[in-house]
Design a protein around this ligand. Structure first.
Ligand SMILES: Cc1cc2nc3c(=O)[nH]c(=O)nc-3n(C[C@H](O)[C@H](O)[C@H](O)COP(=O)(O)O)c2cc1C
Ligand code: SF4
Length: 523
């Protein structure tokens, strides 16, 4: 029998959106017609999103990538002998040598886009399970010590030291404890959680299982946003394999310690990403924020001690355990240690997933990785950290990606999403949008957020249409102060960040509309 050539066609949602299923089907058809023996593996994405679908062929010299491939390219690829890595205008060479990828430091994403997401053997062959194997040789405080040594801070947005939560849940006395993974990923321009869940779900499962061993929790939930059907399917498929292979269940890897995981779908509300609101939703109630204390680590899901972490936080754990917390802490700067999976999106030429040690500047990410804007116009602004993050102008682009450096510039890193804008952006409209977003997504529990966001939209409308702009801008500033100081959670508390950054960093967008005569008549 002829040798079977493996062809990798991503099933990641971004690749699917660009026609990956059609490409896979066409490859099957042409291979059959030409009598070529092939096996198609549906892998995840490597995160070079402008090249999706990026198809890889396993050759004698390693994998050779082609992209972006359309179904209409497949005949010509076969004609160019692509099964042997032949020359073609879409040939990219060895994927790991593409500079965009070669410059990265992939720890959490080491396997994503490389392995078959549902093959535990493939996962092991690329270093998977070594973290869990190590964790099983340690006691619970020993595992937490490694997390502490790593300096890992929550990747969901707040950057809270992971080990403190882990230790609090570990020490809490209760008949039942839970591990909850926050996979609500609602921030604008973010997709790292999704990519990992679709392309390397065992890493999340392994990380959560280690968390179960460390805290004494026996049950884990993944709270997944309903807009991620592909991830839902991938997680459930991987969970079946993990149970069948004894990773999950009554005795994790024959350790005698039970742990299992279930996936629950959210209903599409941004506020359900806030951890207490998430817990309400997970309990089957409306997603309304709970007042703290008590903190979820002591009284969380169904009133029991609960560890809530983001997908990226859990997914960092297997590497930390297998290489040691200190090795992880060797990456990064200051108190931002390890790597950050940066998601570059918006009006940018080369968007995608960039995993790097903390400390790279925003400019390097936008210019060197991003290659400038997709529109070809000058970059004018970047919003970092989701809808509650600041708009930075060029003069702040040299800020390193580091929690403290961003805070010092009145910004935040959040979940590592960067959305790029060209010079056609109107920052006054973006400030209005921040209020509008908050008004739509507020859970309604506290007045500064519920009422303030709506008043913010109305007041920004007056500013934009030139109705007493100075006076109304003053009102916006007052409103921001009240929302910052008086909101119960970060939804209302941080909405002023994009608003004030737009006003302070781009004042020209707020001054040009001054039309005092219109203002007086309209008031
Ligand atoms: C409005 C709002 C939305 C949030 N959305 C998310 C989210 O989508 N994913 C996430 O992991 N954390 C989100 N968070 C942060 C969580 O409340 C919480 O800090 C996080 O899940 C803790 O995990 P970590 O310590 O691993 O970051 C959100 C917070 C707020 C206030
Ligand atoms: S700040 Fe907004 S989202 Fe948060 S509790 Fe108050 S009303 Fe709810």
């Amino acid at each position: 029998m002829a040798d079977v050539t493996k062809i990798y066609v991503p099933r990641d949602m971004a690749a699917l959106a660009m026609g990956a299923d059609d490409v896979a089907a066409k490859i099957e058809t042409v291979a059959e017609k030409s009598g070529a023996a092939i096996e198609i593996v549906r892998n995840g994405s490597r995160g070079l999103l402008w090249l999706e679908p990026m198809v890889e062929v396993e050759t004698g010299e390693g994998r050779i990538a082609y992209g972006p491939v359309a179904a209409s390219d497949v005949e010509s690829l076969f004609a160019s002998d692509f099964l042997k890595g032949g020359a073609h205008k879409l040939r990219l060479g060895k994927p790991e040598e593409i500079p965009w990828l070669a410059k990265q430091q992939r720890l959490t994403f080491a396997r994503c886009g490389i392995i078959d997401p549902f093959s535990l053997d493939d996962y092991r062959a690329y270093g998977g399970m070594a973290g869990l194997d190590k964790a099983l040789t340690l006691d619970a405080p020993g595992i937490v010590d490694e997390v502490k040594a790593s300096g890992l801070r929550g990747r969901g947005g707040a950057g809270f030291p992971a080990w403190i939560k882990w230790d609090t849940v570990r020490k809490a006395e209760a008949d039942r404890k839970y591990v909850v993974c926050n996979a609500d990923e609602g921030d604008s321009g973010t997709f790292a959680d999704r990519m990992l869940m679709e392309g390397d779900p065992f890493t999340l499962i392994e990380g959560m299982t280690i968390a179960g061993l460390a805290t004494g929790a026996t049950k884990g939930y993944i709270y997944l946003r309903s807009e991620y059907p592909q991830a839902f399917e991938a997680l459930n498929r991987a969970l079946v394999v993990a149970r069948r292979r004894g990773v999950l269940g009554a005795s994790v890897m024959n350790s005698g310690k039970p742990f299992d995981i279930e996936v629950r779908l959210g209903a599409g509300a941004y506020i359900c990403g806030e951890e207490t609101s998430l817990l309400e939703s997970l309990e089957g109630k409306r997603g309304v924020v709970r007042a703290k204390p008590p903190i979820p680590a002591l009284k969380g899901l169904f009133g029991k001690p609960t560890l809530v972490n983001n997908v990226m936080s859990f997914a960092a754990i297997p590497w930390i355990l297998s290489h040691g917390g200190k090795a992880y802490a060797d990456y990064g700067m200051g108190r931002s240690l390890g790597t950050l999976p940066i998601q570059l999106a918006g009006n940018v030429k080369r968007g995608g997933l960039i995993e790097l040690a903390f400390g790279i500047s925003l400019r390097e990410v936008i210019e060197e990785f991003g290659g400038g804007t997709w529109s070809g116009r000058p970059v004018r602004a970047a919003q970092v950290g989701g809808p509650l993050g600041a708009y930075f102008p060029d003069k702040l682009f040299d800020t390193p990606l580091d929690y403290e450096a961003f805070a010092a510039k009145k910004g935040l890193l959040g979940h590592g999403g960067i959305v790029v804008f060209d010079d056609t952006v109107d920052l006054a409209k973006q400030a209005r949008f921040a209020f509008e977003f908050c008004a739509a997504e507020s859970c309604g529990k506290c007045t500064p957020c519920r009422i303030g966001a709506t008043r913010g939209v109305e007041t920004m409308d007056r500013v934009i249409s030139g109705v007493q702009p100075e006076k109304n801008l003053g009102l916006v500033r007052d409103l921001c102060e009240i929302m910052t100081d008086g909101s119960l959670c970060a939804m209302g508390g941080l909405t002023p960040v994009p608003v004030m950054s737009a006003i302070d960093n781009f004042p020209e967008d707020f001054n040009t509309r001054a039309r005092p005569s219109v203002a007086i008549a309209a008031e």
